[in-house]
Write a protein that binds this ligand. Structure first.
Ligand code: ASP
Length: 306
């Protein structure tokens, strides 16, 4: 018997995996941003808007906040500057767009969407991506001075961590992502990040790699990942979850939990997803992962404390 539709629309957001925060003010401030992002995404979906619009608008809010590792507030490279990565994917067509290592684009997720819709390419990186943003002359793709991204919090964090020889994976992570199913049955997924703190200049993680950090296919699910990007690239995690559902007929929950528990191919971080029936999953093997979710049945969850 075919599985029943769980909800007409569904949305899930993550604000990055890592250590569970202990500062109550920071937790509450993040929850307020997640609340605003969730309400924006839910309003778009409730009115019959597209999952692509919901994902882009939600991620823009998180990119504009200095409290998350994406856009303003992104972590710094070992050289002390910001290099930002993002991907968006349309589960109806498998169309996708991504940018890597951009330094002047306020909202990398919107630039990723323009790569998908305005070029014949999937991934633009570094100067070429920044130059494409300039040429677009599009109000949604605002150009800013690189200093805009450099927050005191991240500068102090880099300094603190550089004084130590080795960092635990959890001290380096953070990212934002969103997956949505709309009333038309279309799934979209997006991810945006500053990457890993103290990363090498030019390093790209999983977030701009379709199939590693982000994937969407209407026949199965949409996925956004956060964690040590190298783990997610080696194991093609977002696509692997789709493949487990498609070929092994696993459900979304099982596919994600098996991937996160794998001893053979360990990964550190968290994964969110929505399947075509509107089932939502948020799982992580780190100390915490800020997250939020809502659907058409009235579900509403916001958690930034663990
Ligand atoms: N996955 C991101 C990267 O490796 C970082 C993160 O999610 O924390 O660039």
């Amino acid at each position: 018997m075919a599985a029943k539709q769980k909800s007409d629309y569904a949305i899930v957001i993550h604000g990055g995996a890592g250590n569970a925060p202990t500062d109550q003010e920071f937790i509450e401030a993040r929850e307020r941003v997640l609340e605003q992002a969730l309400s924006t995404g839910t309003a778009i979906l409730d009115k019959g808007g597209t999952s692509l619009d919901a994902v882009e608008q939600v991620i823009r809010i998180l990119e504009d906040s200095p409290l998350f590792n994406a856009g303003r507030g992104g972590v710094l490279t070992a050289k002390g500057h910001n290099e930002l990565d993002a991907t968006i994917m349309n589960g109806e067509t498998r169309a996708c767009g991504a940018v890597g290592g951009v330094t002047t684009v306020k909202n990398p997720i919107s630039l990723a969407r323009r790569v998908m819709t305005e070029t014949r390419h999937v991934l633009l990186a570094a100067e070429g991506a920044d130059a494409f943003a300039q040429q677009l002359n599009d109000p949604a793709v605002e150009i800013v001075d690189p200093a805009y991204f450099r927050t005191k919090r991240q500068a102090e964090r880099l300094k603190r961590l550089k004084e130590r020889e080795k960092l635990t994976p959890e001290e380096q992570m953070g990212t934002v992502g969103c997956v949505a199913l709309d009333r038309h049955g279309n799934i979209a997924a997006g991810t945006s990040t500053g990457g890993l703190v103290n990363k090498k200049h030019g390093r790209l993680g999983d977030s701009p790699i379709v199939g590693a950090g982000t994937y969407a296919d209407n026949s199965t699910c949409g996925i956004s990942c956060t964690g040590v990007g190298e783990d997610f690239i080696r194991n093609v995690i977002a696509y692997d979850i789709h493949a487990r559902m498609h070929y092994r007929k696993q459900n979304l929950d099982t596919a994600i939990s098996q991937v996160l528990k794998s001893k053979e191919h360990p990964i550190h971080g968290g994964i969110i997803g929505v399947d075509r029936r509107g089932n939502i999953t948020m799982q992580f093997n780190s100390g915490g992962m800020a997250r939020a979710a809502a659907d058409s049945t009235g579900l509403r969850v916001i958690e930034a404390g663990k």
